[in-house]
Design a protein around this ligand. Structure first.
Ligand code: HEC
Length: 285
């Protein structure tokens, strides 16, 4: 059985490698794993506050109701109403309970946003499932200054992105560094050492019938510091990604528990069924 599993795993890995080798047209991006933990409630609470403060202005999360945060993240209704729901309640002390049952809607109208940015900011309810948490971690750390873009920002994980760097006050400004290598191994070594986000691309050029390959390494490097250190900014981004991941599947933890209950039920059922069978057949033999 173990042997069979191993063989299957090797075959699957082989297929994956073959598939990715085949599809490798764009640059390769450093794959730093997002340091998140969906059972860390304090991190999820901080992530929720960040999301509401910095993202909900443009992005909605239509599958997420504010009052879910009560049960899942241990926030009180008053806390949600006063600290997370800004729209409508200008008087801080006056909080309405029915607003807590609403879904997270963007403040900015879709058409208005499209007119400003050229693209409507997508709903982020299931974004973590679409892009993956590692990509989000790279994306929110991958912004750099670019005077040629409309917003003044560009992003290594999402080139020419229409979204500005909304967390720049916290994270500061990065600059882009571009380096060219002739040797693939040296390029790869430098690529693996990039701390924040880096990309590596093999660029083929043909001159007088002779093909040359250059390995272009791009990475972002802190230029002007923000309110937070690079490390503290990484923690902020991780909290935000943790929250986006939770939002994509808030019932995941419950589902695991339900699965366990079902298995216990089936095990008990089996014991009873077996016992009944023995009772019935006792007199036959
Ligand atoms: C000022 C408006 C604005 C704010 C605030 C904003 N975004 Fe965006 N965001 C956009 C726009 C516009 C796009 C579409 C970019 C594109 O397609 O080029 C976008 C795209 C994205 C994407 C990529 C979606 C995809 O898969 O194509 C992610 C992820 C994202 N935003 C996350 C966030 C997070 C997290 C925050 C809060 C920290 C945030 N955004 C705040 C405007 C905004």
């Amino acid at each position: 059985m173990n042997m069979l599993l191993k063989t299957l795993k090797t075959a699957a890995a082989g297929l994956l490698i073959a598939a990715s080798a085949h599809a490798s047209t764009g640059p390769e991006m450093t794959a730093h794993e997002a340091p998140i933990n969906r059972h860390d409630v304090a991190s999820l609470q901080r992530g929720a506050a960040l999301f509401v403060n910095y993202c909900l202005g443009c992005h909605g999360a239509q599958h997420m109701r504010f009052n879910r945060l009560q049960a899942d993240l241990g926030l009180s209704e008053r806390m949600i109403s006063e600290n997370l729901i800004f729209r409508g309640s200008l008087v801080k002390d006056e909080y309405s309970t029915d607003k807590v049952g609403e879904t997270m809607k963007a403040s900015l109208d879709k058409a208005e946003a499209k007119a400003i940015f050229g693209v409507a900011p997508p709903d982020l309810s299931v974004e973590a499932r679409v892009r993956g948490t590692d990509w989000l971690y790279a994306y929110l750390r991958g912004y750099y200054r670019d005077d040629k873009s409309a917003t003044g920002w560009n992003n290594l994980a999402f080139p020419s992105v229409a979204m500005p760097h909304v967390l720049w006050e916290l994270g500061g400004q990065n600059k882009l560094v571009v380096k060219e290598f002739d040797n693939k191994e040296i390029a790869k070594g430098a690529f693996l050492q990039t701390h924040v986000v880096g990309t590596l691309e093999a660029v083929h050029t043909r001159k007088d019938g002779k093909e040359t390959v250059k390995y272009v390494l791009k990475y972002v490097e802190p230029d002007k510091p923000g309110k937070l250190s690079v490390h503290d900014y990484d923690v902020v981004v991780a909290d935000l990604v943790n929250y986006l991941d939770y939002m994509g599947e808030p019932v995941k933890n419950e589902r695991i528990q339900l699965g366990i209950k079902v298995l216990i039920f089936l095990a008990l059922l089996f014991v009873f069924a077996y016992w009944t069978k023995r009772e019935y057949w006792k007199d036959v033999h």
